[in-house]
Ligand binder design. Structure first.
Ligand code: CP
Ligand code: NVA
Length: 311
C-alpha cells in the first residue's frame, strides 16, 4: 500500500503512523540533497499558506516562510495584533474564511483545543507550529537531525531532562513512533502529561520502542546517545521563572551530566536556549552540540511536510 499524506493535518506527531513519519523523513533527506545539488523544484507554485502566530517565534516563522518560498508558495503571516484570532470572531468563522484563500493553515497558539477546532472546521491541512502541549514540526526536524548524525533512529537512546512540556511530549511521541529508547527525567511536579505517556507507551508496544519517565537526571542520561533539554519556563509561564530556576537547578545539562552519556553523545535543544540555566555554555558550544543543525532542519522538515500534505 502506498503511503500518502495528502490533505492531512499534523496537530501532534502521534497523528502520523510510523510509516508516515518515515515518509516525511525520507522526503526531507532527499529534498535537502536535491537542493544542495542545485535542483529547484517548485511544486506548490500558485498556492498560499497562512502562518498564524499567537506566540513569539524566530525559527518557526523564518523556516516556514523560507520553506514556502522554496516550494513556490506564498506565505501569509498573521501575528501580534493582526493575528487571525484577535478580533472576537469565532475560531470556526476565521478558519472558514482562511480556507477560501489558503491551501494550508499553520498555527502557533496556546491551547491544543484551538488547533483541534481549526482542523475540524477548515477543509485544508492544518499544522501545529507549537502549542502548550506539542511541537511536532520541531520533532520532525530533531528526528531528521538525529538520523543524519547517527544514521539510524531505531534503538537510539534519547534522554530528555527538564520540564515535562511540549518538547517532552514531542520526544515521547517521536521516539515511540521510531523505535527509540526514550528516558524522561523531570523534577517532581513537572512530569509530562499522563495521557501522553500512556499514548507513547501504547505506540511503543507496536514499534519496539521503550519509554521511561522518572526524576533522576543522571540515571536517564546513563549510556544515552542523545541528551535533550528545553527551557525551564515556556512561553506563557514567564511569571513562574524564578520559582522554576530553583526546582530545575539539578536538571541543568553540564559537562558532568553529559559525561554520563555514551561516548560521543550528542546534545540537542530546540532553541531558544537560556545559557547558564538549562544548559551551560560549555555544552552548547562543544563538539557534541548539534543545535544549529536542528534549527536548519526545521526548514527541510517543513518543506517536506508541506509538499506531502499538498501533493
Ligand atoms: N524552536 C522554535 O520553535 O523556535 P521559535 O520559538 O523561535 O520559533
Ligand atoms: N517549550 C518551549 C519551546 C520553544 C520553542 C515553549 O513552548 O516556549
Amino acid at each position: 500500500m502506498t503511503t500518502t499524506l495528502a490533505g492531512r493535518d499534523l496537530l501532534t506527531l502521534s497523528d502520523f503512523s510510523p510509516a508516515e513519519i518515515r515518509l516525511v523523513l525520507d522526503t526531507a533527506h532527499s529534498q535537502k540533497a536535491a537542493w544542495a545539488a542545485g535542483e529547484r523544484d517548485v511544486p506548490l507554485t500558485g498556492m498560499a499558506i497562512a502562518l498564524i502566530f499567537e506566540k513569539p517565534s524566530v525559527r518557526t516563522r523564518v523556516s516556514f516562510e523560507v520553506a514556502c518560498a522554496r516550494l513556490g508558495a506564498t506565505p501569509v503571516v498573521l501575528s501580534g495584533s493582526d493575528s487571525a484570532f484577535s478580533r472576537g470572531e469565532t475560531v470556526a468563522d476565521t478558519a472558514r474564511v482562511l480556507e477560501r484563500y489558503c491551501e494550508a493553515i499553520v498555527l502557533r497558539t496556546f491551547e491544543q483545543a484551538k488547533l483541534d477546532e481549526v482542523a475540524r472546521t477548515a477543509r485544508v491541512p492544518v499544522v501545529n507550529s507549537l502549542s502548550d502541549d506539542h511541537h511536532p514540526c520541531q520533532g520532525l526536524a530533531d528526528l531528521l537531525t538525529i538520523e543524519e548524525h547517527l544514521g539510524r533512529l531505531e534503538g537510539v537512546k534519547l534522554a530528555y531532562v527538564g520540564d515535562g512540556n511540549n518538547m517532552a511530549h514531542t520526544y515521547l511521541h517521536g521516539g515511540a513512533l521510531t523505535g527509540m529508547d526514550v528516558r524522561i527525567a523531570t523534577p517532581p511536579g513537572f512530569e509530562p502529561s499522563t495521557s501522553v505517556v500512556e499514548e507513547a507507551t501504547a505506540i511503543a508496544a507496536t514499534t519496539g520502542a521503550r519509554i521511561a519517565v522518572g526524576h533522576d537526571a543522571a540515571a536517564a542520561v546513563e549510556g544515552a546517545d542523545i541528551v535533550a533539554t528545553d527551557t525551564w519556563a515556556s512561553m506563557g509561564q514567564e511569571d513562574e521563572h524564578a520559582e522554576r530556576l530553583r526546582a530545575f537547578a539539578p536538571f541543568r545539562v553540564d559537562e558532568t551530566l553529559m559525561s554520563c552519556g555514551a561516548g560521543g553523545a550528542l546534545f540537542i535543544h530546540c532553541l531558544p536556549a537560556h545559557r547558564g540555566e538549562e544548559v551551560t555554555d560549555e555544552v552548547i558550544e562543544s563538539e557534541c552540540s548539534v543545535v544549529f543543525d536542528q534549527a536548519e532542519n526545521r526548514m527541510h522538515a517543513q518543506k517536506a511536510l508541506l509538499s506531502l500534505l499538498l501533493s
